[in-house]
Design a protein. Structure first.
Length: 145
């Protein structure tokens, strides 16, 4: 490689290192999301049509699989998952799912914002907030199923 290539790579590496250092610290209960197996999934914008997401949280452990307006809420107590119907509102940087589970309102908010899992250290492009009734849990999310 010539000197210009090394200089360019050095600038890229320095930029990435500084960007990684400037990410905000996640909450103690940040979650890990299942990464998509699709090659185009993680870099896509939330506003794109036919969006699927998976968010999973630590302590308490929970997973939400979002596919269109259908959500599947998975917990250690219910490994098959509970099916929920939601209204979906999509904007350029977030997707918000809202609905009712019996007498409790729920919201799943997925925002394009870096997120780091506190158990594994993995980073994701999306942050999620799952609210069911009066309980709210912050975590990470990935696109895909």
């Amino acid at each position: 490689m010539n000197q210009n290539a090394f200089s360019f790579l050095g600038v890229v590496f320095l930029t990435l290192a500084l960007t990684a250092c400037s990410q905000s610290k996640p909450a103690d209960n940040a979650v890990i999301a299942q990464p998509s197996k699709a090659s185009s999934g993680e870099g896509a914008e939330p506003g794109e049509a036919a969006r699927q997401f998976v968010a999973r949280g630590n302590e308490p452990f929970w997973t939400i699989r979002a596919n269109g307006s259908a959500l599947t809420w998975i917990t250690p107590e219910n490994s098959q998952g509970k099916q929920l119907k939601a209204e979906r509102v999509v904007s350029s940087d977030k997707v918000k799912y809202t609905g009712k589970d019996a007498d409790k309102a729920f919201t799943l908010l997925i925002v394009r914002s870096p997120c780091t899992d506190t158990m594994s250290g993995e980073t994701f492009n999306f942050t999620s907030v799952w609210t069911h009734g009066k309980q709210s849990h912050t975590g990470c999310a990935a696109s895909g199923n």
